[in-house]
Design a protein around this ligand. Structure first.
Ligand SMILES: [Fe+2]
Length: 383
C-alpha cells in the first residue's frame, strides 16, 4: 500500500534498507560482489542521483515484484554477507565500520517510517483497522504536569557535536552560538490545550497564521490535526489501535509546522529555535516513550517530558552548520541536499528507536507535513 507519496509500503522499506548495505558496503568491500537481486538499484535506490536514476517515489506502491518473500530472502542473504565480512575484521578499515554504523542508523530511521507510514496507509481505510491493541490502562492519560518554564540567560553556547560515538553529518561540527535570554516549556502542548485553539476559531483566523500556513489551511481545508474527526459532537482520532475519542490529557500530535506556529502565536508564545532547545536540555537524560514501548499513544510520564513522545517543531530552518563539511560521493546526498524549505524538529517520538536519538539529533520535514508524530513545545522571551 502507498496511500500518499510520503508513505512508502512496508516491502519497500525492507528492501531499501537492505539495498543500502549492498550498494554502500558490499560493492566496495567484497571483491567480485554481484547484486543479490539484479535490479535492486533500479527499484530501491531512494534518492541517490549519483548512483542511478531513482525509481519515482510516488510509484513505490506499484512495485509488485519482487514479492515480499523474495525481499525477505534478499534481506537474509545480505545480512549473511555482512556478517561474513565482519568476521574478517582484521582486514577492514575505519570507514567500513562507520558505514556499518550508518547503515544501522539508516535502518532505524526506516523503522520509524514503517510505523508512521502504516498509520497513514491504514487511516484511509474506512474500516479503521487496528495495528495493535490499545494500552490496558488509559488512566495513565490522567496525568498532565502543569505548564512551567525553565529560564536561561543570554550567552554563547556550543551547539552540535564532533562525533563522539555516532552522529549524522548534519549535526557536525560542534560550534559556538549566541543566545538571547529565553524560557522554554517543561512539556509539549496537550490535546485539551489545542482544542481551545480550535474552539476559538484558530483555524479560521488569518492573524494566527504565517502566509504559507494560511494558504495551506485554506487550500487543504484543515480544521484540526491530521487523523482527527468530528462525529456527532465528539472529536475522535485515528490511532494505531483504531478510532478513539481524543483524550484531552495526551500531547497533541500529527501537527504541521504551520499549525504549531499558529498555536504558539495564538497562545501568546512562540516556538523555540533548535539552538534554544539543545541548550535547554543538554543535561537531561535521553529517556522517555520510544518505539520499544510499542505504545504509539502519547502520554506524560513526569514533570518534564523532553525526549520521545512527540517530535517538536522548532522555528529553525534546516540549514548547514558553520564549517560543516559535506561527505564525499553519494553519501553527500544523505542529509545535506535537503537543506532548503524544511524545518528542524527535535527530541524523537513514540515511534523513534530509543538509541537512535540524541541531544544534537536534527530531524527535518517540510512545514506542511503532518504524518509524523510531531507536536508543539512552547518558548518565550525571558521576562
Ligand atoms: Fe533511506
Amino acid at each position: 500500500m502507498q496511500a500518499m507519496v510520503d508513505a512508502s509500503p512496508p516491502k519497500w522499506h525492507l528492501a531499501h534498507t537492505t539495498w543500502f548495505f549492498e550498494d554502500f558496503i558490499l560493492m566496495d568491500y567484497k571483491p567480485g560482489y554481484h547484486y543479490y537481486l539484479e535490479d535492486a538499484r533500479k527499484l530501491f535506490n531512494s534518492y541517490y542521483e549519483t548512483l542511478s536514476k531513482p525509481f519515482p517515489r510516488s510509484k513505490r506502491g506499484l512495485i509488485s515484484r519482487p514479492t515480499v518473500r523474495e525481499v525477505l530472502n534478499y534481506r537474509r542473504a545480505v545480512d549473511e554477507e555482512i556478517i561474513a565480512l565482519l568476521s574478517q575484521s582484521n582486514e577492514l578499515d575505519e570507514k567500513f565500520y562507520s558505514l556499518i554504523l550508518l547503515g544501522i542508523h539508516h535502518e532505524q530511521q526506516h523503522q520509524e517510517l514503517l510505523i508512521t507510514d502504516l498509520k497513514y496507509n491504514f487511516s484511509i481505510n474506512p474500516l479503521k483497522p487496528s495495528y495493535k491493541k490499545d494500552i490496558e490502562n488509559p488512566s495513565e492519560w490522567s496525568f498532565v504536569p502543569p505548564l512551567t518554564w525553565d529560564y536561561f540567560q543570554e550567552g554563547v553556547t556550543t551547539i552540535g557535536t564532533n562525533n563522539q560515538g555516532f552522529s549524522f553529518d548534519n549535526e557536525q561540527p560542534a560550534h559556538k552560538h549566541f543566545l538571547y535570554p529565553f524560557a522554554i516549556a517543561n512539556r509539549p502542548v496537550t490535546n485539551g490545550e489545542y482544542l481551545e485553539f480550535i474552539e476559538d476559531n484558530g483555524y479560521e483566523t488569518p492573524v494566527n497564521w504565517l502566509s504559507d500556513g494560511w494558504a495551506t489551511v485554506t487550500e487543504q481545508k484543515w480544521s484540526a490535526p491530521l487523523y482527527w474527526e468530528y462525529i456527532d459532537g465528539t472529536w475522535y482520532q485515528f490511532t494505531l489501535s483504531g478510532l478513539k475519542p481524543v483524550e484531552k490529557n495526551q500531547p497533541v500530535t500529527h501537527i504541521s509546522f504551520y499549525e504549531a506556529d499558529a498555536y504558539a502565536r495564538w497562545a501568546g508564545y512562540r516556538l523555540p529555535t533548535e539552538q534554544e532547545w539543545e541548550h535547554a536540555f543538554r543535561n537531561e537524560p535521553v529517556e522517555g516513550k520510544f518505539l520499544e514501548n510499542l505504545l504509539f499513544n502519547e502520554s506524560y510520564e513526569s514533570d518534564k517530558t523532553i525526549f520521545g513522545t512527540v517530535w517538536e517543531w522548532t522555528c529553525s530552518p534546516y540549514t548547514r552548520y558553520p564549517q560543516s563539511a559535506r561527505p564525499e560521493g553519494a553519501l553527500g546526498e544523505y542529509n545535506a541536499k535537503f537543506m532548503s524549505n524544511q524545518m528542524v524538529l527535535r527530541g524523537g517520538s513514540s515511534a523513534t528507536p530509543r538509541n537512535h536519538v540524541r541531544l544534537t539529533y536534527r530531524n527535518f520535514f517540510h512545514p506542511d507535513k503532518r504524518w509524523q508524530f510531531s507536536g508543539i513545545r512552547l518558548a518565550k522571551e525571558e521576562q
